[in-house]
Design a protein. Sequence first.
Length: 149
Amino acid sequence: MAYDDAGAGAAPEEQTLSWRVRRASHNALLALLVLIFQVVLALAVYIYHGPPYGILVFLFLFVALLPFYGTYRYVLSEEGLEVFGPLYYARYEWKQFDHWLLYEEDVRLHLKDRPRTQVVVLFAPGRVTRVLTYVQRHLPGVSPDERRL
């Protein structure tokens, strides 16, 4: 897990907050169990249905689990935020969000005019306070009782 802050010497209002994180490296035991499950399942299909199907199952599971294994980079700026992921890029303006909620090691930003299930998750282990402080400058909060899921 690596962190890099651009604009660290700038005034707090102009600072860009940026970090990289990989969920799999944050929970190594779970990552190992998922990898073992993936290999065992692919081997079982390989044994019972042949090599092409075993390889396809392994590749399918790898692509499906790419968000878990891949590295994400988050960049928060005065204009909005950017999320760079494996095979994924999204840019949001602050005005697109309704409010935020805090959950363990991430801040969840709820999009306006969308069902409550449409959120952008800012996964920030060890850095939640800094991210939350930055987000609070741009988004309205909710009541203190509703901030934590």
